[in-house]
Each structure stands twice: as structure tokens, then as C-alpha cells.
Design a protein around this ligand. Structure first.
Ligand SMILES: [Zn+2]
Length: 296
């Protein structure tokens, strides 16, 4: 079975989780090649299996090279391995064993490696991974490499998911749209946000930014906004160093948008080393839908 047919078969089993990104109506898989809404808006499965459900063109800042570098860092360097383990553990802890989450959606998934690694760490084949990103380049790579999940080019602000259709939303170091998250999250669902703390990749920022404004991550506002939309069930912080070799440092620079605006000489100085210790410092927020007084 090719990627297109395999993906169409998988989506067919979960059609009810989708809604048309244009008109909001229900969607069905037709002839193993398209997802079609009741108003006949038609989206074809691409050859590698992904669906393009985006209703606006994406800005092409993120290249295939960036996503290749990101994949190597996530899957080969081990830089994020403790994060994946922790997230898998938290998903299991907050999901009753009788109610294994059936869909885990990474919104802003890039080339999909975080989602893949987290699902592997969950050791739960019943979970279906869904990755959504506005960047087609990222989704193309994800669908070629991780055929067991559903990959969608789509917009967070106008997502193609039905109300209450997603059991676990992951939002990892990526912008959020809480209004939309609340709409698509199942009533007993979880939303898990990973955000950087001030020490996150500080070695990168200290060497390539002369301007101290750009050296710090501040996320007080992000946390407060999350708490406004969701009931916080749990929080965690991760803080650890990881030694990266020269090739990994080059990949790290290539996958880091904050490096793009810096001078070439600063970047060269950063990667002109055989190895360096890199700091990961992250906050994890786990929320569920807020309890509503009128039961809605
Ligand atoms: Zn439609």
C-alpha cells in the first residue's frame, strides 16, 4: 500500500475528528484519495500521505535543510530525550488506564520528530498521532519518515479538527491558539504546553546576540495566559546540560530561528568548536478544560 492509500485508510477510521477548514462542515474520505466536506470542498491526499488542509499560503522561512537539522537534533543527539520521557510519563499519569487517549495531536509539529519520540516513549500502539504545521516542508518530511501518524498542513487559527475531537494536545516550543485548542479538546482531554525558561539554549544566545534583550526568554505572560484558558493539573520543570559535538552544534544553529538574524562571524565562532555543553531549561504545563458552572 502506498503512502496515499495508507493515510486515506487511517483518516477514514477517524473521519469524525475532522471538519472542513473552509466551511466547518463534516468530512468524509472519498475513493481513498480525498477528504471531502458536505459542501464539496475537496482536499487530496498527497503522494507521501499527508493532507494539505491549509486555507492560506505559508511564508517560506522554514526550509527542508532546517527541518533535516531539527530531525537529527531531536532523534540522534539525545538533546530532548529527557523531555520526551517526561512528557510520555505525564500523559500516562493523567490519563486513566481505562481511557487510553486515542488521538495525540502535536500542533506546530515541524517535521514531526518530537511527536514520534513521545509516542514511542508512551509504548501505546492504540494512540494515533496527528501532526499539524503550517509549514509544508516540515509535513512532507514527517509523512515520508513517520508513516504511522497522520500529517496535516494546516493553520492553528482555523484548524481542520471537529469540536472536542482531540484527547491530548501537544504544543512544544511553538505558538499556541488557546481559543482553538479549547474548541477541539475533548471534555476529558489534556493540553500540554512546553515553553522555554531563561536558560534554554543560553549558550547559543550568548554567543550570537550582542544585544542583551534577545538573550533572555521570558514566559511569565505565556504561563498566565495558559492559566486563563485551562485548569492547570500539573506543572514540571526540566533543567539539564547536554554535550553536543561539532556536527550537532552546526545542526543546532541551523534549526534555531533566533540565529538567523545574527552575524555570520558570530555563527562561525559558535560552531568553531569540537564540542560544547548546551543547556535545556523548560517548563511543562498540563491543563484540562476549565470546569463550567452551567455544564456546557
Ligand atoms: Zn467545506
Amino acid at each position: 500500500m502506498n503512502g496515499r492509500a495508507r493515510s486515506a485508510a487511517r483518516v477514514k477510521k477517524m473521519e469524525q475528528a475532522f471538519q472542513c477548514p473552509i466551511c466547518g462542515s463534516r468530512m468524509t474520505v472519498k475513493e481513498d484519495k480525498s477528504l471531502v466536506c458536505t459542501n464539496k470542498h475537496t482536499f487530496d491526499f498527497a503522494k507521501p500521505g499527508y493532507l494539505n488542509l491549509s486555507v492560506r499560503p505559508a511564508k517560506g522561512h522554514y526550509t527542508k535543510e532546517l527541518f533535516e537539522a531539527r530531525r537529527r537534533i531531536i532523534t540522534e543527539s539525545g538533546l530532548y530525550a529527557p523531555l520526551h520521557e517526561r512528557l510520555a510519563r505525564m500523559i500516562k499519569e493523567h490519563t486513566r488506564s481505562s481511557e487510553i487517549p486515542s488521538t495525540v495531536a502535536d500542533l506546530g509539529c515541524g517535521e514531526g520528530s518530537h511527536l514520534r519520540r513521545i509516542l514511542e516513549a508512551c509504548c501505546c500502539p492504540e494512540m494515533t498521532g496527528i501532526g499539524l504545521d503550517l509549514s509544508k516542508e516540515g509535513i512532507v518530511l514527517a509523512s515520508k519518515r513517520y508513516a504511522e501518524s497522520v500529517w496535516i498542513v494546516g493553520d492553528l487559527a482555523q484548524s481542520p479538527f471537529a469540536d472536542g475531537s482531540v484527547q491530548v494536545i501537544l504544543n512544544i516550543l511553538s505558538p499556541a491558539n488557546y481559543k482553538e485548542f479549547k474548541r477541539i479538546l475533548a471534555r476529558d482531554g489534556l493540553v500540554i504546553k512546553v515553553l522555554p525558561r531563561s536558560g534554554y539554549l543560553k549558550e547559543v544566545r550568548q554567543s550570537i546576540f550582542k544585544n542583551s534583550e534577545n538573550r533572555m526568554y521570558r514566559n511569565d505572560g505565556t504561563t498566565a495566559l495558559f492559566k486563563k484558558h485551562f485548569h492547570v493539573l500539573d506543572t514540571a520543570s526540566l533543567h539539564y546540560p547536554k554535550e553536543l559535538n561539532k556536527a550537532e552544534l552546526v545542526d543546532l544553529i541551523h534549526m534555531t530561528p533566533l540565529a538567523w538574524s545574527s552575524g555570520k562571524r558570530d555563527i562561525e565562532a559558535f560552531i568553531e568548536r569540537d564540542s560544547a555543553e548546551i543547556t535545556i531549561e523548560l517548563d511543562i504545563l498540563i491543563g484540562c478544560p476549565p470546569v463550567s458552572i452551567n455544564g456546557k
